[in-house]
Write a protein that binds this ligand. Structure first.
Ligand SMILES: Cc1ncc(COP(=O)(O)O)c(C=O)c1O
Length: 380
């Protein structure tokens, strides 16, 4: 390893206990009213994203002086929140997103859960939220996925999306860090992202809205960052774009990232670049995986400042051959059109993007060897 690993990548590389070691550490309260098999099969027949939820959820509570306690895998259901709960007023909340995959032999695996555990805690530190030990994070996932194992779909491209999150639940009106928090993890069966071909998306580069600014919370996965991306996204949708690309707030000149994905640029000479981590960008787990895979293939990869003007000129001249976005939901999405104030350029959906997609998904699904120990077995 020649390059310096980020703090998150270093934390993600720490060895984890096995799922068997963690499986019983959260107390399971089984649902007395689980979804009938026929209903689940019906849901599996039209899988979308984020609209159906499994029978259980993981749930723990943090109180000052007690730490994290009451660690349960309990029936899925509404929360009882005091109207004064500080999350409802000051937005003190963080979340994560990862997936469980069914392999061909029926076993269920997840991908780099240590990374998501480390990132949740990096977000926690920025939002003045108490950290959750990585072992608890992983135990909650193991307990939940084992309880709802039948909810892990097996259709090509499908997965069980996992959404861990922490919210400030202390009933208190006043701007200070809360003294009480709830951690939950919910699970949602999701379908293939690419249902037709490997088609590219149209991206609008926002000239006037920013997602995050210097010293802000852009590097944390916190609800407020996404709330502020909604108006630009709505406006772009109205003009026929699929996603918004944000520029850095300090200069309004350099590519930061999309509202929920990191960006990569592939050059005609084979080199690849992605915006460097400035503190405004969310450090994506998929971004880290792609950097590792490319570096290990001796591709010339850089984490760099990518000025928008230069990118557009390089697309127009043919120096840039592909541009893609990446994140847990889609893994990799080609960008076919990039437009903004004064420019509108088309980009080929090329082979490098597709081969990265194929390589990452092959490792996730156990179709290729996993020399990096990225896959984590949840159940046999
Ligand atoms: C703002 C933002 N950037 C990038 C990503 C990609 O991160 P990951 O690859 O860990 O899903 C996400 C998704 O979590 C995101 O919300």
């Amino acid at each position: 390893m020649t390059e310096n690993l980020s703090a998150l990548e270093q934390a993600a590389a720490q060895p984890l206990p096995t799922s068997d070691e963690l499986a019983e550490s959260w107390t399971h309260i089984p649902s007395v009213n689980p979804t009938p098999v026929e209903k689940r099969e019906e849901i599996f027949g039209h899988l979308g994203f984020g609209s159906d939820f499994t029978d259980h959820m993981a749930h723990a509570i943090f109180e000052e002086g007690k730490g994290w306690h009451t660690k349960l895998i309990e029936p899925y259901g509404p929360l009882t929140l005091d109207p004064a709960a500080s999350v409802l007023h000051y937005g003190q909340e963080i979340f994560e997103g990862l997936k469980a995959y069914r392999h061909d032999d029926g076993s269920v695996w997840t991908f780099r859960p240590g990374y998501n555990a480390a990132r949740l805690n990096a977000s926690a530190r920025r939002l003045a939220i108490p950290e959750l030990p990585a072992e608890d994070f992983i135990a909650s996932i193991v307990g939940l996925v084992r309880a709802d194992e039948d909810w892990v779909p097996s259709a090509p491209g499908s997965s069980l999306y996992l959404r861990p999150f922490v919210l400030a639940t202390e009933p208190f009106l006043g701007v200070r860090a809360a003294h009480k928090y709830d951690y939950l993890c919910i699970a949602s069966p999701s379908g293939a992202y690419f249902t037709g071909g490997f088609e590219g998306i149209n991206v609008w580069v926002s000239p006037d809205y920013h997602r995050a600014g210097p010293g802000g919370t852009g590097a944390a996965k916190s609800g407020g960052n996404y709330a502020s991306s909604l108006v630009p996204k709505l406006e772009a949708k109205e003009e026929g774009y699929d996603e918004v690309c944000f520029l850095d707030a300090a200069t309004n000149k350099n590519i930061d990232e999309l509202g929920g994905m990191n960006v990569f640029v592939v050059y005609e000479d084979g080199s690849v670049a992605t915006p460097k981590l400035t503190g405004n960008i969310l450090e994506g787990g998929t971004r880290g995986v792609i950097l590792r895979l490319l570096r290990d293939k001796n591709v010339d990869v850089s984490e760099a400042t990518i000025p928008l003007a230069e990118l557009v000129a390089d697309i127009e001249s043919g120096k840039v051959s592909e541009v893609f976005a990446c994140g847990t939901a889609a893994v990799v999405t080609p960008i076919a059109r990039l437009a903004g104030e004064g420019f509108d350029v088309s980009i080929n959906v090329g082979d490098v993007t597709k081969s990265i997609y194929d390589q990452v998904t092959a490792i996730q699904l156990g179709h290729e060897p996993d020399p990096y120990n990225w896959t984590y077995k949840i159940s046999a």
